[in-house]
Every structure is written in structure tokens, then in C-alpha cells.
Design a protein around this ligand. Structure first.
Ligand code: MRU
Length: 356
């Protein structure tokens, strides 16, 4: 690994107040290049989310909150009616960039609530409140991930062999990640976990991103193709699976990166505990079951061309490319939140933990 490339000290999403823009690590270039990208325009923000330059459910929530603050600041000379109508239009536009992760609409709703709270205030005062709200969403994310880390770590023994899918790491949040938070906290305490990262077809978030960040923090990391997980589990080599999620329904069904449900099925078969790590912002109390979660479909080229020097499938062949799947709640051992671990039946336990 190129030692010069370091993620240490760089936030996945940051606000540059001097230049009034949002700064991200362009994740499409990782692990080959760590390049920061600044955005200050609604179209570029939409594209950054859509193209996965910024990705991972909590990170796109924070990005959208910072984005709405930056856009609001550009409009602070407008009167309230003009301001709020442009604000709503831009928030709806950003919200349409990706449908599955509920954190995006959750963060935009929080910003909208602040913008609509008191129309009698001068617009610059509303903009200043939006700044405070966006910074709170960012700060809460760090706290929440640490909480998930502590609860998750209490379930794991030193030396455990763990498996994860996609990237629910610090690149998908502001710091710590969700599924990786127990791993990072364990690393600080000398737990010496060994971690297997599924490569995560088709966009390779596991091989490109999780393997990169875990290795940078000195975690013993091994990459495997998605179709190798069951054979590893069959040999008794995995103690637990930890994954992130994009939306959890009231009954505990959890949407996450495509391939997660297959991993959960294998884990159930081989008796490996399967944990979903979910910040409270990812639990959607307005969605009853997984079948109600909208699943994003993506460009066929991601499957047939993107990672190959020559197109590898016949031209014109039909491609099925959903970005996420839903893991049935019956396959999930526990849902690790910042408030504690929810166990089945989730309809009761999630409410008891998170709707205090
Ligand atoms: O398409 P992506 O890369 O945004 O998908 C990300 C995932 O599926 C993550 O596991 C999920 O967002 C949780 S991130 C803490």
C-alpha cells in the first residue's frame, strides 16, 4: 500500500466556511488517489451524491445538510417568500438524487424544519440557524457512531474474526463508521480483530474503500469476492458479520448494499451471528416493512464495463443492477444502535430503544 496516501485527519464531508462550499473526499478515485472536491452548486451536489463521490447513508445526510446551508447562505439577501420557495425547491432536488438511504430525507427534513420555523425572522438569522443545525447533524453523527462502536464492541471477543460487506466505515460517515466503529474501538483497545471485506460487486466499495480504510488504521484485513463468503463461513472461520444499512423498517427488515441479504442467508445457515449497525437516523418509523423501501436501480455499465479494460458482457444484453437489497428481519441477530442493541421482535425493541 502507498504509505503517502493517508485518510488520517481528513473528514469525509467538511464545511469550508471561508469559501462557502462543502468539501468531500472524492470516493470514486479511491484507493488510488485521495483528492478533495469542493461543491457549492445544487447541480454539482446532486451529481456528487448520484455518482457516489460522496456515499454511505450517514455521509450523504451530513452532505445534504451542509449543502443546504451553503445554498441558503448564497440566498440570504432574498426576502423570506423567495428564500423559502428556492430552499424547498433545492431540498427536493437533492432529495431526488438517491432513494434508498433514509438519512438523506431525514437530514433535509431537519433543515427544512429550521427554515420554516419562524418566517418573521430576518433571512440571515434563519441562515445562521441552518448553519447551527447542519453542524449539529455532523457532530451527532460522530457521537452516534461512537455509541454504536461501544455497544457493538460489547458483543465481540478479542481476536474475533469478523466479516463485513460494502463500506459502512468512516468514509460512509464522518468518523468511525457504523459497522466499522466496533472494529476501530477494538483496535484502540488491542482486540486484534481480523476482518474479511467482501469486495461488493458491482462498485467494489468493500475492496476499494473498506479494505483501504481498515488497512490504513492497522487492522488485519483480507478481501474476498462476494461469492466466497459462504465457503469461509462453512469452514467455521467467521465469528460474526457486521454490516451497515440504508434504511431499517419498523419490523426490522434492513436495506443495505446489494448482496447483504445473501450474506445474511449464509450466516444463518452456518450459525454465524449477523448484526446490522444502524444509527437512529436510519430507522424509518414511517416504513412498516422492507417491501415498502424504494430500491435504487443503477446504470447497466456498472456491471458490464466499469471495471474492465474491455466490455465483458455481450453488447445489448439486459442487466439487473439494483444498488440495494432488503435483509429479512428473521435473518438478523441484532440491530446495533447508539442507544443499545435491539433484538427480535424488532417492532417492539426498536420502538422501546429509539422512541423514548
Ligand atoms: O451505494 P453506497 O455505497 O452508498 O451504499 C452504502 C451502503 O450500503 C452502506 O452499507 C450503508 O449506506 C451504511 S453506511 C454507514
Amino acid at each position: 500500500m502507498d504509505e503517502k496516501l493517508s485518510l488520517k485527519g481528513i473528514d469525509t464531508v467538511a464545511l469550508d466556511e471561508d469559501k462557502n462550499c462543502v468539501v468531500i473526499i472524492d470516493q470514486t478515485l479511491l484507493p488510488g488517489d485521495i483528492r478533495l472536491k469542493s461543491v457549492d452548486d445544487a447541480g454539482d451536489m446532486y451529481d456528487a451524491i448520484k455518482r457516489l463521490e460522496v456515499r454511505g447513508a450517514p455521509a450523504i445526510g451530513v452532505f445534504a445538510a451542509f449543502g443546504m446551508y451553503v445554498l441558503s447562505k448564497q440566498m440570504e439577501n432574498k426576502d423570506y417568500d423567495a428564500f423559502i420557495s428556492a430552499f424547498r425547491e433545492k431540498a427536493d432536488f437533492l432529495n431526488s438524487s438517491r432513494p434508498t438511504a433514509v438519512n438523506l430525507s431525514w437530514a433535509l427534513k431537519r433543515m427544512k424544519r429550521v427554515a420554516e420555523e419562524d418566517s418573521s425572522l430576518p433571512v440571515p438569522e434563519i441562515v445562521s440557524r441552518l448553519r447551527t443545525e447542519a453542524l449539529s447533524i455532523r457532530d451527532e453523527d460522530i457521537e452516534i457512531c461512537r455509541g454504536i462502536g461501544e455497544h457493538g464492541l460489547s458483543l465481540l471477543k478479542p481476536g474475533a474474526v469478523l466479516m463485513t460487506h460494502c463500506n459502512a466505515g468512516s468514509l460512509a460517515t464522518i468518523r468511525y463508521g457504523t459497522a466499522t466503529a466496533p472494529i476501530y474501538l477494538g483496535q484502540e483497545k488491542g482486540y486484534n480483530f481480523r476482518v474479511y471485506c467482501d469486495e461488493t460487486r458491482p462498485l467494489l466499495q468493500g475492496a476499494r474503500l473498506t479494505a483501504f480504510e481498515l488497512s490504513q488504521y492497522g487492522v488485519d484485513t483480507t478481501v474476498l469476492c462476494d461469492n466466497m463468503s459462504a465457503s469461509l463461513m462453512a469452514g467455521g472461520s467467521v465469528d460474526a458479520v457486521l454490516v451497515g444499512c440504508d434504511r431499517v423498517a419498523v419490523n426490522g427488515d434492513a436495506a443495505n448494499k446489494i448482496g447483504t441479504s445473501l450474506l445474511a442467508l449464509a450466516a444463518k445457515h452456518y450459525g454465524v451471528p449477523f448484526y446490522v449497525c444502524a444509527p437512529s437516523s436510519t430507522v424509518d418509523f414511517e416504513t412498516a416493512e422492507g417491501k415498502d423501501i424504494p430500491i435504487e436501480m443503477r446504470d447497466p455499465d456498472e456491471v458490464t464495463e466499469m471495471w474492465y479494460s474491455k466490455r465483458m458482457a455481450p453488447k445489448g444484453v439486459k442487466v439487473y443492477n439494483p444498488a440495494f437489497d432488503v435483509t429479512d428481519h428473521s435473518l438478523i441477530t441484532g440491530i446495533i444502535t447508539e442507544e443499545g442493541v435491539a433484538y427480535p421482535p424488532y417492532t417492539d425493541s426498536l420502538k422501546a430503544l429509539l422512541q423514548k
